[in-house]
Design a protein around this ligand. Structure first.
Ligand code: GLA
Ligand code: ZN
Length: 676
C-alpha cells in the first residue's frame, strides 16, 4: 500500500535541519512514498537553458536511502516567469479572448508549439537522469490538467479538428449543428470560432464539439508528455491526477494511455447540510468511477489529513475521519493513500492547507498521530494491494451527457443536477452495501445485472442499441425522466422520447416534462402498498408519460393535470426488464426502490452476512488470490453495532487477531478490515 504525499523539499533548501527532520518523521508515520517535483520547473531551470538538478538528485538519493519510492511529476503544471516573458504564446487566452498575464498555475496553452517542445525536452531530461534511479516508482504527468485556451493557435487547431470530424464538408456540420436556425449557416470552416461570452454561445453542437476538442487537445498534450517519458522509461507506469466534480474534460476519453488512474479527493466532511453518510456515498461514487475507468485498482493521489483552505468554511476532519475516509478509498479499490501535503509551507497560497506536518513541526499533533496510526493500518493490509472490487451493478454517468444537459436551453436552469442525480441513484445502492461500478456510455453493459441510468438525455456511442441488447439478454435497467431526447450532436429524436428505438424497450412515451419551482412539490402513490409509505414527494421535474402495452404502472401522480398518470413503471422486455421513474424523487424513495429491485433479482449485497444494516454503515469487499477482504465503515458519528447471521471466522487485519463473533461494534467513524 502506497502511503505518502506531495513533498516539496525545493522550498526548504536553506533548511537542511528540516529536511533531516522529514526523514525521521516520515519513518515515524510509516510513509513509503513521496510525490516530488509537481511545480518545480523554476527550481530545475532557473533561467532558459540553465539547469540545476542538484537538489532533486539529492532528494532522490535521500528517498532511496530511506526506502521511499518517488512518484516523480513532470513540472508542466506551472511555468517560470522567464518562459512567459520570452514566449508569450504559452499564456492561455480566456473565452473572451483576453490573454492571461503570468501568474497562478495550470494555465498554459495546450497547442503552443514552443510549450510542447519545451515540456517534451524537460520530461526527457528528467527521464534520462532518473531512469535507473532506485527511487523512481511512477510518473505523475503534470498536475490536474484542466481549462481551455481560446488563442489563435487553438482556434486553428479546433477548425482542423472540425474539418476531420465532418469530413471537410461544411454542410454536414451545418446539418448536425442545426445552423438553419437564426441564420447561422457557415459557408467555410474558417468562419467558425470557439464559444465566447461576447460571441457565439447558442449553438449546442458547437459547444459540445468545443468541449470534445478541449479534451482531445489536452489528451494530445498529455500523450506527448507520456510518450516523452515512455521512450526512455518504458517500464515505469504513468498516471495523472484527476479531480472529482470537474467537468471540463471527459476523463474516460483522456485515460486511454494512462497505466493507472489516480485522483484527488477533497470532500467537505462534517458539512452542516450534507450528512457524513451522504458524503460517504458521494465519495464512494468517485472512487468507483475512477476504479471503473481501467477496471483495476486506482491510486488516491491527494487528500488532506485534516482541512483544506479553499472551502467557504474550512472544517478540520474530526478524530477518526482521516482514517475512515482513507480506508474507504482502499475499500473501493485504491492501492494508496496520499496527501497534499507532507509539510505546510511557511508562505504563499497553501500555507494553511492541511498537512501531515504542521508549522509547529513535531510528531505531537493530533493530525500527525492519526496519520501515523493510519500508516500502521496500511502496513497491516499490504496484502490487499492488487485485489479488486467486483460489481454486479453499474451506474451510468457520462461526461458528454453532462455537458449537453448543462448547456441545453430548457428544464430548470438552476436545477439540472445531472451529476447529483447520478450520485443519488448510486447512493441508493451504496446504502444497501451493493457494490457498483460507475461507467460512461462507451463502456460494455453485458457484465452487469443491473444498470441504473438516470437522465440519459443524450444517446451516443450506440448506447440505445446496447441497452436494448442488455435488457433483451436478461439485464435490468432503471432509467427515468429526461431520457433519450437527443443524439450526440444535440439533435432531437423524432417520433417520441425516449428516441433511437428506446421507447419500445423502456415501455413508456414521455410526452411532456413539467419543471417545478424550487419550493414546489408533487407526490406519487405507490400503488400496491408494498413500500413503507403510501406516497412519496417528488420535486424539480415531472415527466408526463404514457405506459405502452405490457407496461405495469407501479406508482402514479397525486396532483395536477397529470394526477393518476404513470410515475413509476415496469416493462418486461426480452429476458429482462426496464423500470422507469418519471419524476425526481428524494433519496429515501430511491433507497427503498432499489432495495426492492435488488431483492427481486437477487443482486449481491455485501450486507448479506449481517442481520440488519444499521444506518450509516457501509460494507465493501475486495477480492483476489482466493482471498476476500471485508471493510466495515461507520460514517455515523455514533457507535454502531452489526449483528451477523451466524458466528463468523475472520482475521482482523488491523490487529492480526482471530475474529469469531456474532457481533461487531464500530465506534463513531470507526473501521474494521476483516479477511474471510
Ligand atoms: C489540488 C492540487 C494541489 C493542491 C491541492 C490543495 O489537488 O493538485 O497542488 O493545490 O489541490 O487542496
Ligand atoms: Zn492556445
Amino acid at each position: 500500500m502506497v502511503y505518502g504525499g506531495d513533498y516539496n523539499p525545493d522550498q526548504w533548501l536553506d533548511r537542511p535541519d528540516i529536511l533531516k527532520e522529514d526523514d525521521r518523521l516520515m519513518k515515524l508515520a510509516s510513509i513509503n512514498s513521496v510525490t516530488l517535483n509537481v511545480f518545480a520547473w523554476k527550481a530545475l531551470e532557473p533561467e532558459e537553458g540553465v539547469y540545476d538538478f542538484g537538489w532533486l538528485d539529492e532528494t532522490m538519493d535521500r528517498m532511496a536511502e530511506q526506502g521511499i519510492k518517488v512518484i516523480l511529476a513532470t513540472p508542466s503544471g506551472a511555468r517560470p516567469a522567464w518562459m512567459d516573458k520570452n514566449h508569450p504564446e504559452v499564456l492561455r487566452m480566456s473565452a473572451d479572448r483576453v490573454r492571461n498575464l503570468h501568474g497562478e498555475r495550470h494555465n498554459h496553452c495546450y497547442t503552443s508549439p514552443y510549450y510542447r517542445r519545451k515540456v517534451r525536452e524537460m520530461d526527457q531530461i528528467l527521464a534520462r537522469r532518473y531512469k535507473d534511479h532506485p527511487a523512481l516508482g511512477l510518473w505523475h504527468i503534470s498536475n490536474e490538467y484542466g481549462g481551455e485556451c481560446h488563442c489563435p493557435l487553438c482556434q486553428e487547431a479546433f477548425r482542423d479538428w472540425l474539418r476531420e470530424k465532418y469530413h471537410n464538408d461544411i454542410n454536414e456540420l451545418n446539418h448536425e449543428w442545426w445552423t438553419g436556425f437564426w441564420s447561422k449557416r457557415f459557408s467555410r470552416f474558417d468562419e467558425i470560432e470557439s464559444p465566447a461570452p461576447q460571441g457565439e454561445h447558442a449553438i449546442h453542437g458547437l459547444y459540445l464539439d468545443w468541449m470534445r476538442f478541449v479534451t482531445h487537445q489536452t489528451k494530445d498534450f498529455m500523450n506527448q508528455e507520456i510518450q516523452a517519458v515512455k521512450e526512455i522509461t518504458p517500464d515505469i507506469s504513468v498516471t495523472t491526477n484527476y479531480m472529482s466534480g470537474f467537468d471540463g474534460l471527459n476523463y474516460w476519453e483522456l485515460s486511454e494511455k494512462l497505466d493507472v488512474i489516480s485522483w484527488d479527493s477533497y470532500p467537505a466532511w462534517h458539512h452542516s447540510r450534507i450528512s457524513d453518510v451522504e458524503m460517504g456515498a458521494r465519495v464512494g461514487f468517485y472512487h468507483d468511477m475512477f476504479r471503473s475507468m481501467k477496471q483495476k485498482p486506482f491510486l488516491l493521489m491527494e487528500s488532506t489529513p485534516s482541512l483544506v483552505n479553499w472551502q467557504p468554511s474550512n472544517k478540520v476532519k474530526r478524530p477518526g475521519m482521516n482514517i475512515l475516509s482513507s480506508v474507504q478509498a482502499v475499500a473501493h479499490g485504491s492501492d494508496s493513500v496520499q496527501y497534499f501535503q507532507w509539510r505546510k509551507g511557511r508562505g504563499a497560497a497553501e500555507k494553511f492547507h492541511g498537512a501531515v506536518l504542521d508549522h509547529e513541526g513535531s510528531e505531537h499533533t493530533r493530525v500527525f498521530k492519526e496519520c501515523a496510526e493510519l500508516g500502521k493500518i496500511l502496513k497491516s493490509c499490504k496484502e490487499i494491494q492488487g485485489t479488486m472490487v467486483h460489481a454486479e451493478a453499474a451506474v451510468l454517468y457520462d461526461y458528454e451527457n453532462r455537458w449537453a444537459i448543462q448547456n441545453l436551453n430548457g428544464l430548470s436552469s438552476d436545477r439540472r443536477e445531472y451529476e447529483r442525480t447520478c450520485m443519488e441513484w448510486y447512493e441508493a445502492l451504496w446504502r444497501h452495501s451493493i457494490a457498483a461500478d460507475v461507467i460512461d456510455m462507451t463502456q460494455p453493459l453485458d457484465k452487469y445485472r443491473l444498470v441504473a441510468a438516470p437522465m440519459l438525455y443524450m444517446l451516443r456511442a450506440d448506447i440505445a442499441g446496447r441497452i436494448k441488447a442488455f435488457v433483451e439478454n436478461g439485464g435490468t435497467l432503471v432509467t427515468g425522466y429526461v431520457t433519450g431526447y437527443v443524439n450526440e450532436n444535440d439533435l432531437c429524436f423524432l417520433g417520441g422520447f425516449p428516441g433511437d428505438g428506446l421507447k419500445d424497450v423502456v415501455g413508456v412515451w414521455e410526452e411532456e416534462i413539467d419543471s417545478l419551482y424550487e419550493d414546489e412539490r408533487n407526490s406519487i402513490t405507490w400503488l400496491d402498498g408494498s413500500l413503507s409509505k403510501p406516497s412519496y414527494p417528488v420535486k424539480d421535474y415531472c415527466a408526463v408519460v404514457h405506459a405502452l402495452e405490457n407496461t405495469a404502472v407501479l406508482a402514479d401522480y397525486d396532483h395536477d393535470f397529470y394526477q393518476g398518470m404513470p410515475a413509476v413503471t415496469k416493462h418486461p422486455y426480452g429476458k429482462g426488464q426496464v423500470y422507469y421513474i418519471a419524476a425526481r424523487t428524494e433519496t429515501d424513495f430511491l433507497t427503498e426502490f432499489f432495495g426492492r429491485i435488488a431483492e427481486e433479482i437477487s443482486l449481491e449485497t455485501n450486507a448479506g452476512l449481517v442481520k440488519e444494516l444499521p444506518e450509516g454503515i457501509h460494507i465493501a469487499k475486495r477480492e483476489g488470490d482466493g482471498e476476500t477482504y471485508y471493510f466495515f465503515l461507520n460514517f455515523a458519528s455514533e457507535e454502531k453495532k452489526i449483528v451477523f447471521y451466524e458466528p463468523q471466522q475472520f482475521t482482523d487485519l488491523i490487529d492480526g487477531e482471530l475474529f469469531c463473533k456474532t457481533e461487531l461494534s464500530l465506534k463513531p467513524f470507526g473501521v474494521k478490515i476483516l479477511k474471510k
